[in-house]
Design a protein around this ligand. Structure first.
Ligand code: FE2
Length: 279
């Protein structure tokens, strides 16, 4: 049987790549340190496959066809299409169709109805945390796209349940492989709206405290109350919630938090302590 080898979360601010030269040296150091440590932890987990949960930034889907959740079933995915990601080493990214198929089957058995795609392009939201964490070569990726961009969104509670279901899908997958989960996005930021560029550090800190405390009801209530009141980019924290569910709703450990106005994002990086079962 497969085992859950690690659960991780990371911001994916585009300006970490396209505006890096304009980031102050102290912030460059903070981001590099956190992303490097995240990469070290991901590599230490020795994953044979990574299930990666991220939004799609209008690369695969648009408002004419916008799934709430889509699982990438392909043998191979396209690397990031953004021109400013041309230095990214991932031109083609291997998939893992058998695990993807099992995830979808498990989801359907549990009354979730994900979309499926056999041909996805993985944009900066997928690529930046892996690239900057130094994962090269990459293990195969099973991408799961959550709609965090255009409301209405999957509910916070449903995202938590998705994570719980993913952990079961891994535990019941018949091959003896190690599977890590990486969720990307958030924390607070605001894109294409009047508050663009605003970072709500008190919100981010409180959000982190709720993940650390592990009280499911308080975390869900907090996000339900606060997400509609801050910048639209924070909707991506749903992906962290799914990771939290997969980790058993406990064990959250902050690797680093960097309030970086130059990249418009309160950047957070985290892993979950899964205990001895993963080793
Ligand atoms: Fe994003």
């Amino acid at each position: 049987m497969a085992r859950l080898a690690g659960v991780f979360a990371s911001s994916h601010a585009p300006l970490i790549v396209r505006g890096w030269k304009d980031v102050k040296p102290a912030n460059q150091q903070g981001l590099s340190s956190a992303m490097g440590e995240l990469g070290r932890r991901m590599k230490a987990a020795r994953p044979d496959v990574i299930i990666e949960i991220a939004p799609d930034h209008w690369v695969n889907f648009f408002i004419n066809n916008l799934p709430s959740i889509c699982v990438g079933m392909g043998e191979e995915h396209e690397g990031p299409a953004e021109p400013w990601m041309k230095e990214c080493p991932y031109k083609k990214i291997a998939g893992h169709p058998r695990l993807a198929q099992h995830v979808v089957e498990t989801a359907l058995e549990h009354d979730f109805e994900p979309s499926m795609s056999h041909h996805l392009t993985l944009d900066h939201g997928f690529a930046i945390p892996l690239w900057k964490g130094g994962l090269d070569p990459l293990p195969p990726i099973v991408p799961i796209i959550f709609n965090d961009l255009e409301p209405p969104f999957p509910s916070v509670r449903r995202c938590l349940a998705w994570g719980t279901m993913l952990a079961e899908a891994i535990a019941t997958y018949p091959e003896d492989i190690r599977v890590a989960i990486l969720a990307t996005g958030g924390l607070s930021h605001s894109i294409g709206e009047p508050t663009m560029g605003e970072i709500d550090e008190p919100f981010d800190r409180e959000c982190i405290r709720h993940f650390e405390a592990g009280d499911e009801r308080k975390l869900v209530d907090f996000l339900n109350e606060r997400l509609p009141t801050i910048g639209n980019g924070a909707a991506e924290i749903r992906n962290w919630v799914a990771a939290h569910g997969a980790a058993g709703k406990s064990g959250f450990e902050l690797i680093g938090y960097c309030n970086v106005p130059e990249v418009y994002v309160g950047c957070g990086f985290a892993s979950w302590n899964l205990g001895a079962a993963t080793r």
